[in-house]
Design a protein around this ligand. Structure first.
Ligand SMILES: Nc1nc(=O)c2c([nH]1)NC[C@@H]1CN(c3ccc(C(=O)N[C@@H](CCC(=O)O)C(=O)O)cc3)C=[N+]21
Ligand SMILES: [Mg+2]
Length: 295
């Protein structure tokens, strides 16, 4: 079987088109959705993600408030910037790009963001709401993944989904979305991680495999069943002199071999990444509506 490629890029562009229209109609009501983006330090990957987020905001008419801080900024100063954005009515979403430098307590920073502006869905209040099934901002990468699966026409209800990776930004929230009694859920979810005894034993049974390990080629063809749906969350930079940037991007899945066995597969680049950014735009628009009592 040769897998059909689920283009995150195409889907992202469709959804951004819808969001752009929504932003235009909000602007007619005098509302401009605003996103504060906070980047600490000079990590090249983080800089490129943040640039992509700001460009996407500009494309659909969201105001992006760009905050670039030196890597040695104090935790106190970062917290006071967040407080300023919490109190700024022109800001509907606050995104603190992760990872943060070692001297800053990440948990403390995420707790400082007003949950009503937490468009990443990382504040413990929003994490808790998701777990108990209350309305909350859904974390962008998991939300993007679920949208890709649904819009490919793949049934989630009753599906065996195996997630490889238990991070707070992908594996754990994705598991929580997929197990909810909701239209984005009703799946049977297994989460594998570094201490799982035999990962293949789980993935081989899966209707849907989500690879979020952070390591290239960690999901191989022998690990997936014929006809499985395979979602690749990896964004690994590998040195490549033939590229003008000096690197190319590969996922966590052995794409060439797995795409001969899967029914659907997501590419890297052009898969989950563009959808992550799109769901951030979605949450920011949604937040601006909530702040203005618009359904
Ligand atoms: N507070 C916070 N929220 C996040 O959502 C968050 C974060 N921190 N830290 C890092 C991860 C990673 N992440 C990506 C976003 C876009 C692409 C993306 O657009 N990727 C493009 C290619 C990008 C490139 O060329 O480097 C693609 O896959 O096609 C990838 C990864 C968001 N994250
Ligand atoms: Mg991601």
């Amino acid at each position: 079987m040769t897998a059909e490629i689920i283009s995150g890029k195409q889907l992202a562009s469709d959804i951004r088109g819808e969001l752009k229209q929504e932003v235009e109609s909000l602007k007619e009501k005098g509302i401009t959705p605003g996103l504060a983006v906070i980047l600490v330090g000079e990590d090249p990957a983080s800089q490129s993600y943040v640039r992509a987020k700001e460009k996407a905001c500009a494309e659909i008419g969201i105001y992006s408030d760009d905050n670039k801080l030196p890597s040695d900024i104090s935790e106190e100063k970062l917290l006071s910037l967040i407080e300023e954005k919490n109190n700024d009515p022109s800001i509907h979403g606050i995104l603190v790009q992760l990872p943060l430098p070692k001297h800053i307590d990440e948990a403390k920073v995420l707790l400082a963001v007003n949950p009503d502006k937490d468009v990443d869905g990382f504040h413990p209040v929003n994490v808790g709401k998701l777990v108990v099934g209350q309305k909350a901002f859904l974390p962008c990468t998991p939300h993007g993944i679920v949208q890709m699966i649904k819009r490919a026409g793949v049934q989630l209800e009753g599906a065996n989904v195996v997630i490889v990776g238990r991070s707070n930004i992908v594996g754990k929230p994705l598991a929580n979305i997929l197990m909810q009694k909701s239209e984005l859920g009703n799946a049977t979810v297994t989460v594998c991680h570094t201490r799982t005894k035999d990962i293949s034993k789980h993935t081989i049974e899966a209707d849907i495999v989500v690879a979020a390990t952070g390591f290239p080629n960690s999901v191989t063809a022998d690990m997936v069943k014929e006809g499985a749906v395979v979602i690749d969350v990896g964004v690994n930079r590998v040195p490549d002199d033939t590229k003008k940037k000096g690197y190319r991007l590969i996922g966590d899945v052995d794409f060439d071999a797995v795409s001969q066995k899967a029914s659907f597969i997501t590419p890297v680049p052009g898969g989950v990444g563009p959808m992550t950014i799109t769901m951030l735009l979605y949450n920011t628009v949604d937040s601006s509506k909530t702040a203005n009592n618009i359904k």
